[in-house]
Design a protein around this ligand. Structure first.
Ligand SMILES: Nc1ncnc2c1ncn2[C@@H]1O[C@H](COP(=O)(O)OP(=O)(O)OP(=O)(O)O)[C@@H](O)[C@H]1O
Ligand SMILES: [Mg+2]
Length: 244
């Protein structure tokens, strides 16, 4: 725990859908000011975990706090933001109109809204396309627009569910520069990824498998602990270790 207290503290969090145990007995402590990567195969419970924290899915059991507040949290719109895995924008509005819509939801005034819009569109490389309908953008560009909307409130804590899927390598590098800048400012970025090169760039990686956290640590520590040279092999070693 850092001196500010963890940005996210989860204790015994579970989500069951009938017989499916989407998340099981999850304990997490994510320090403020770090980039935390949740990794794991399809269906391992990453999105469900984030949705529970965002108050979109009701946990079956367990508790969680974000920025010192017990979930579900109301009125933290200016401090926390979420980019869903599936792009959730209005296709028949322009990029700019979507960003403004989210700005209004977050309660930004007109002046702040304009400066934030300019900044986030620059980060995602869509300044030139801001007057295009979202429905007319390529898939990767729609994803970028979604990230812009998630950043418009200048949050302390961001949950980004696969933020770089379908994004070209050059822009992906730009995103990472931006995440590192946010971290330098003391903000916390929690993201999911299937790209192991991205997982290696996180300060802490949490490995999920069948709804459980099977390992957690800095990428170098996880490699050292398993004696492997890459995170994919380290992940497999942890699965073998827990006998599943
Ligand atoms: N609304 C739902 N109803 C029933 N089962 C669900 C629901 N949402 C998720 N699940 C199940 O919970 C499990 C975990 O899903 P989740 O979306 O959290 O995985 P994930 O780790 O994000 O996977 P991916 O890498 O594919 O995004 C899966 O078995 C999924 O089918
Ligand atoms: Mg997911």
């Amino acid at each position: 725990m850092d001196e500010l207290g963890p940005a996210v503290a989860v204790k015994g969090l579970c989500k069951e859908y009938g017989t499916i145990k989407a998340v099981q007995d999850l304990d997490l402590s994510i320090p403020s000011g770090c980039i935390y990567g949740l990794i794991g195969p399809n269906g391992s419970g990453k999105t469900t975990t984030i949705k529970m924290l965002m108050g979109l899915v009701r946990p079956t059991r367990g508790t969680a706090e974000m920025l010192g507040h017990v979930i579900p949290i109301k009125g933290l719109g200016l401090k926390v933001s979420y980019m869903p895995q599936e792009t959730a924008l209005y296709a028949d509005l322009t990029v700019s109109e979507n960003v403004q819509f989210f700005s209004e939801l977050y309660g930004l005034g007109p002046e702040l809204m304009r400066s934030r819009e300019e900044e986030v569109l620059k980060v995602v490389g869509l300044s030139e396309r801001k007057d295009d309908l979202v429905g007319h953008l390529s898939g990767g560009m729609q994803h970028r627009a979604s990230l812009a909307c998630a950043m418009v409130n200048d949050p302390q804590l961001m949950f980004l569910d696969e933020p770089t899927v379908g994004v070209d390598p050059e822009l992906r590098a730009g995103f990472w520069d931006h995440f590192n800048m946010l971290k330098k400012e003391g903000r916390t970025v929690v993201l999911t990824t299937h790209y192991m090169d991205e997982a290696c760039r996180c300060d802490v990686v949490g490995m999920m498998h069948k709804g459980r956290l099977i390992a957690e640590g800095a990428p170098g520590e996880l490699l050292q602990e398993t004696g492997q040279s890459n995170l994919e092999d380290a992940f497999l070693a942890f699965i073998r270790r827990c006998g599943r």
